[in-house]
Design a protein around this ligand. Sequence first.
Ligand code: ADQ
Length: 464
Amino acid sequence: MGRLVVVSNRLADPRKPAAGGLAVALGESLQRTGGLWFGWSGTIAQDMADGEGHLHTRSSGKVTLATVDLSRNDYETYYEGYANSVLWPVFHYRLDLADFNTRYLAGYRRVNQLFARKLKALLRDDDTIWVHDYHLIPLAAELRALGCRQRIGFFLHIPLPPALLIAAIPQHDWLMRSLFAYDLVGLQSQADVAHCIRYMTTEAGAELLPGQRLAANHATVEVRAFPIGIDVQEFTRLGQSPEALETYENVCKEYSRRQLLLGIDRLDYSKGIPQRVRAFRELLERYPDNEHSATLLMIASPSRDAVNAYADLRHELEGLCGAINGNFGDIDWMPVRYIHRTVARKRVPGLCRASRVGLVTPLRDGMNLVAKEYVVAQNPEDPGVLVLSRFAGAAEQLKDALLVNPYDAQGMAESIQAALHMPLQERQRRHRSLLENIARFDVHWWRESFLQALQSSATSASAA
Ligand code: ADQ
């Protein structure tokens, strides 16, 4: 394999200490091949015309980081608009929250064309290109239109919904057909793959060939599931850091008379946070033995504040938490502790380990890495219990979690009660089995299996 080129909306310097598992894993392949990571700089240039994008390059070890700026209009239409007000809600099954403004599509196409133009100038013939996520679905098609023949793979980090939901997007035909410009399309789960195949065969007139390859318009593309994992060793090391140990001890001391339930997410409507709080209220109502004991610690990091649906969510959550504390709380017991902030990454393992129950209950999620982090952070001798939404991609792998339906407050309350009373032996058995799966299918497995499949994909797009 020649150089690896990674393209994503935002990039992270893989050598910075704050880099997460994904950045580190991609960084390893980039270092090995002297690769290039390309994306948006994060800067909105005030006086720039649309689609101009000044290119910045810098080195981090053997890796080149190349970024472009966006104009304010491009940022609003491509990023806030088409990516986060059309694709994000629809792909998370929320047609009600989608805003199909035609200006957004123009911005999305313009920025994908800008990325293609800027990237093409940096490419070598034997590069392998790996494009990430919903911001850049048509990027390969734009690169092919400029004459690029390199192998190009795509990985979608969010779910792919059923065909009829995709069909609600006014430009779905153009959007989904652009996937045929890739050699390989990677999705998080088998359910997503089934949705993709169904869409392509019913809506795009594609033929399903052996080896999960789809053919249409003289092009073929392979579609496969590559469930993303975490860097188990890195997260275990993080759990031994002074910050993680200090957090663990402080939280254990602070809540020594309580049973702690932890929710940690980006504040996003896909994460099912209000539904989780309602299930917790149901728990307190139905099972009074939890009074003065069960305490829900919810840490939600600020996210996409400028998009309206997110401000509504914030208000709903503040009202719900306030009402529970008012109705159920006592002078010495606040049932819900809601914190609207990002905690330092090194504190996450300590928080997970100190919690008796990990509540990971999204309404829909591509994978959900918090579920895996929670399991890895546990003490194997006395592990906490993972309560996991069956609608997270992770549920396909983590069958020994307590799987719940986040829309069913009563059912969820029953599962939380079961988690709080689960005998030690059962907790240990479930934890062992979950950990085995998470360690086997870690982020390195994910990266290697995707890149190997991309190398061996023999489709028409790069061979034409
Ligand atoms: P996200 O929706 O961002 O990612 P997720 O997989 O849950 O979601 O990962 C979030 C990461 O941020 C975790 O590492 C977690 O520890 C951290 N985090 C979350 N809230 C935090 C907080 N308040 N403070 C500190 N850290 C916090 C998208 C898709 C997912 C998919 C990933 C990876 O939506 O479905 O799993 O990409 O492909």
